[in-house]
Ligand binder design. Structure first.
Ligand SMILES: C[S@@+](CC[C@H](N)C(=O)[O-])C[C@H]1O[C@@H](n2cnc3c(N)ncnc32)[C@H](O)[C@@H]1O
Length: 246
């Protein structure tokens, strides 16, 4: 996939969690003028939103190409190409340290959350906006179960922790963050449209790509689309959030 396709994927994911971010920003009392560190900034899909809130954003990502893409943003926020396990920042530098779909990718999420806490000011907040638990996914009917199993195999092959979501509360509490709040992103669906299917399928097809031959993907797509448009499908991946005060 091209970097601009990844960016589109990240933008799509960011829509699913937009209401949740609004809710959490309210809970942690985020104010214009505060500093925010976006850990695992990716291509910068959330930069517009954070900057639009008047936050002073710094990004950090281990992937150089992502950093370069994020740096193209017109506001030119500082972007660090660094590892979240060992961040190049002094202690207590930021009001907020946030991550969105990141901890499931890292080698040692406890260390990353501890680093996020270290660089956050006392009284500031560490936030994980969205950490899925692919091992507890709900897929219905059978065609979506089949697809879900292949997608999980592919994600595990790409190196993600399929059980990250369920571990989030433990990790936040064990880090010593105060007043940790943990929750689950609720699901809400309108009548299934082809557009929604196409968006979901773009992501699924990428994940399936390395695992099954193209003709099988095309056949799976046809069956899945029919089931989707017949209104049969339910696909839900429980996605956790957590925030706690330093
Ligand atoms: C699924 S992407 C999410 C990107 C962005 N947060 C978003 O929601 O659009 C995960 C990001 O975490 C980054 N990442 C993975 N391991 C990392 C690490 N050890 N340190 C910093 N970034 C890391 C990846 O390079 C990738 O950009």
């Amino acid at each position: 996939m091209k970097i601009s396709d990844w960016h589109d994927r990240f933008i799509l994911q960011s829509f699913w969690t937009r209401d949740l971010r609004n809710f959490i920003f309210g809970k942690v009392g985020a104010q214009p003028g505060q500093s925010l560190l976006d850990v695992g900034v990716g291509t910068g899909a959330l930069l517009n939103e954070y900057l639009g809130r008047g936050l002073h954003v710094t990004g950090l990502d281990i992937d150089l190409e992502n950093c370069q893409f994020a740096h193209l943003h017109q506001a030119k926020p500082p972007i660090f190409n660094a590892d979240a396990h060992r961040m190049p920042f002094q202690a207590h530098q930021f009001d907020l340290a946030v991550a969105h779909y990141v901890l499931l990718w890292v080698h040692n999420p406890s260390q990353v959350v501890a680093e996020m806490a270290r660089v956050t000011k006392p009284g500031g907040y560490v936030v994980a906006f969205a950490e899925p638990d692919y091992h507890s996914r709900i897929d219905y009917p059978q065609i979506f179960q089949d697809i879900g199993k292949i997608q999980n195999r592919s994600l595990a092959f790409q190196g993600i922790d399929l059980s990250m979501g369920r571990k989030l509360g433990h990790i936040f509490r064990a880090t010593g963050l105060k007043d940790v709040r943990l929750g689950l992103l609720a699901g809400q669906w309108r009548y299934p449209e082809k557009d929604d299917f196409d968006h979901e399928w773009d992501i699924i097809a990428f994940d399936l790509g390395g695992m099954v031959p193209i003709d099988e993907i095309i056949a799976l797509r046809e069956r899945a689309l029919k089931s989707w448009l017949d209104g049969e499908a339910t696909v839900f991946i429980p996605t956790f959030y957590a925030y706690g005060m330093v």
